[in-house]
Write a protein that binds this ligand. Sequence first.
Ligand code: GLY
Ligand code: MN
Ligand code: MN
Length: 440
Amino acid sequence: MSDLLAKLYPGHLQTLQQHADAALARGGFEHLLIASGVPRYQFLDDRPYPFAVNPHFKHWLPVTKAPGSWIAYTPGQKPKLIYLQPQDYWHVVPEAPAGYWVEHFDIVVIRESDHAVAHLPKNLARCAIIGEDNAAVGAIKPDNPPAVLNYLHWQRAYKTDYELAMLRVASKLGARAHRAAEAAFRAGHSEYDINTAYLNAVHETENELPYSNIIALNQHGAVLHYTDLNRAPPAHADSFLIDAGANFHGYASDITRTYAAAQAEEFQILIAAVDKAQRSFVEKVKKGQDYAALHIHAHHALASILREQNFIRLSAEAAVETGVSSAFFPHGLGHMLGLQVHDVGGFQKDDSGGTIAKPPGHPYLRFTRTLEPRMVTTIEPGIYFIDMLLAELKNKPQSKDINWDKVDKFRRYGGIRIEDDVVCTERAPENLTRDAFAAA
Ligand code: GLY
Ligand code: MN
Ligand code: MN
């Protein structure tokens, strides 16, 4: 693997430098400075929150645990890494820079964070400084110029071959751990123990994962971001929704599967229909596909399933128009994925900024751009039985067209979500998740 990454990395770096050149020109700057970031502390305490590196920093090099470091790039020059390795016997000091990326940087090791100032450009008015406010050293304060960020965020959507290789590994790690979690569910374990099985298999700490695992048995699947972990197994585990990913050098996978217990055949029938629909949406991850239109298409397809399986009596069209489909599918079809699980730039109109509006009535969609090769998106439709939304539906005129007996029977299963990570290519989509499960 590291041979492949070593081979692909120079091209990745070259692309980043071209993008940085253009972004600096847009903003009228001469230098790009990127702070890795500094941990934040809990209020009135000496405990830091888990450190999350600036995604712009890890875009340039596979280093996620080096607070207080900086990248300085000037067009036409080798990028410079100012690397903080403090003298510290309380904490682990970041390892000396090593690996395939090192030869591509001029590296200066500093022992104190404010020593960075001596190695960064002096003409600060000519610097675009990307980072959080607490990363400031001396007069060097992150200012995140919008013209620069908009350009970089736009380009972040198009993954380099190196990034696609990273994302393939992140998917493989996630799929392997999903298998372990499914086995723990089938063995009757609690949410807490299923999560432990996942962590053991993915071999990452909770802080290293790209997001908090969702490990939901039975009706907990109806809580979209359920992150409690019940310590005791339920008397009957009829259904299991798991949304969990993995991190590979700062790149994320984001995977959801839903399983029915052997005795829950009626739920398995619904899962199979959502799975089939999900695969048909993945097939539409093609150049020129408007993602918001795909989201609306998914609403129609899921409403058809609800009608075919006798949850609703309305036509799919009427269910979508009246918001009934949103009571069962109340989130977006997906989002861009990469350095962040919800990657930036999902609504951007072009490389200078702007916003492509969400379709009215769909406030939780996170992605409205048109798909193009090298974009990576999730496709994550769902059907849920959420008490709060069903109570609202009960008060609407369409309530009479809902088969409440069947809907009520399904509340115990919580819901279904099936989520794959998909690369848009010049030809057929590449399904990172299904490929990873097939290889697992
Ligand atoms: N795991 C968060 C999401 O699916 O968007
Ligand atoms: Mn997702
Ligand atoms: Mn997810």
